[in-house]
Design a protein around this ligand. Structure first.
Ligand SMILES: Nc1ncnc2c1ncn2[C@@H]1O[C@H](COP(=O)(O)OP(=O)(O)OP(=O)(O)O)[C@@H](O)[C@H]1O
Length: 277
């Protein structure tokens, strides 16, 4: 039976334990072009351990992408600190690979050249980087399309190529912002299975934003639900549906899956209601 426990206290590790990712009382307020302030994130303290697959859900505009962009190093917090391996995040870094909703492949490069790009920019020798690219292209089922240009690939294939490109950079942490949001239902399910498989093989720390509650529970080892803006984590649920944490399609009809889905959905409704009051 899946355990549902209340959100852990902010510093959930033992004293002196170093987490993979830490948010220490992080807030974010944007200043718009017209001079207004928009507080996207309320004070957020959160820790994520190595190998966790953390899914973040919440109402539209609640600050999910803001949280991830600070973790990626695209934005700095207004107050507080974001740390990885105990060091403040000050800029984007190849240790944190980002997969966006729309695959952002370079259109003039072949699929293989796109995947090879990271190792190439790091000065990895040609034979080695080609071997790395081919390994990941095979992993995502794109070997036959290695010499094609992105426009010759379907949306799902481009997304797989983007994932291969991120993996080829051997990041410590993979950040995914609604990576399957633009895909049709069938492709989306296939991609979820592939991602789960990749995670089983590598156990890379993953932070994954989605609007799809079932996707979050299916993939995550932990699901965070955020309140409406200014966002903060209102629910922090561990998910243990299989012994190795890997998703299989049958999970969706299990009673504990449905129970978790209802708990998370109800929390999102509460968050939305809170926003409209
Ligand atoms: N660069 C920016 N300048 C001003 N306001 C911003 C900026 N980026 C985001 N915001 C505002 O901050 C709030 C949170 O945005 P964010 O994109 O983080 O939410 P989200 O939860 O990812 O939304 P969605 O689920 O719709 O993608 C929103 O009100 C948004 O309009």
């Amino acid at each position: 039976m899946t355990t549902i426990s209340p959100a852990p206290t902010p510093a959930s590790g033992a004293p002196g334990t170093r987490h993979k990712i830490e948010f220490e009382e992080v807030t974010k307020t944007y200043r718009t072009d017209s001079g207004d302030s928009v507080q996207a994130l309320a004070s957020t303290t959160l820790s994520i351990d190595e190998g966790e697959f953390v899914c973040i859900v919440g109402p539209s505009g609640c600050g999910k992408s803001t949280l991830m962009q600070m973790l990626a190093g695209f934005h700095q917090p207004t107050t507080g600190r974001v740390l990885t391996d105990g060091a403040p995040v000050v800029a984007p870094d190849r240790d944190r690979g980002v997969v966006f909703q729309q695959a952002n492949l370079y259109p003039w490069l072949t699929t293989r050249a796109n995947v090879e790009l990271g190792p190439r920019l790091r000065g990895v020798a040609k034979a080695e980087r080609r071997a790395v690219a081919d390994q990941y292209l095979e992993m995502v089922g794109l070997t036959k399309f290695a010499d094609r240009k992105p426009y010759e690939l379907s949306g799902g294939m481009q997304q797989r190529a983007q994932i291969a490109r991120v993996l080829a950079n051997a990041p410590d942490v993979i950040l995914m912002d609604e990576p399957f949001g633009a895909l049709d239902a069938l492709t989306r399910e296939r991609m979820q299975m592939e991602l789960s498989q990749i995670w089983r093989e590598r156990r890379t720390t993953v932070v994954f934003i989605t609007h799809d509650v079932e996707e979050a529970i299916f993939l995550g080892t932990r699901v965070l639900v955020m309140t409406a803006r200014p966002g903060r984590v209102m629910l922090d649920l561990p998910v243990q549906l299989t012994s190795d944490g890997v998703a299989v399609p049958e999970l969706r009809s299990q009673a504990n899956f449905i129970e978790l889905r209802d708990t998370v959905t109800e929390a999102i409704y509460r968050a939305q209601d809170g926003a409209t009051r």
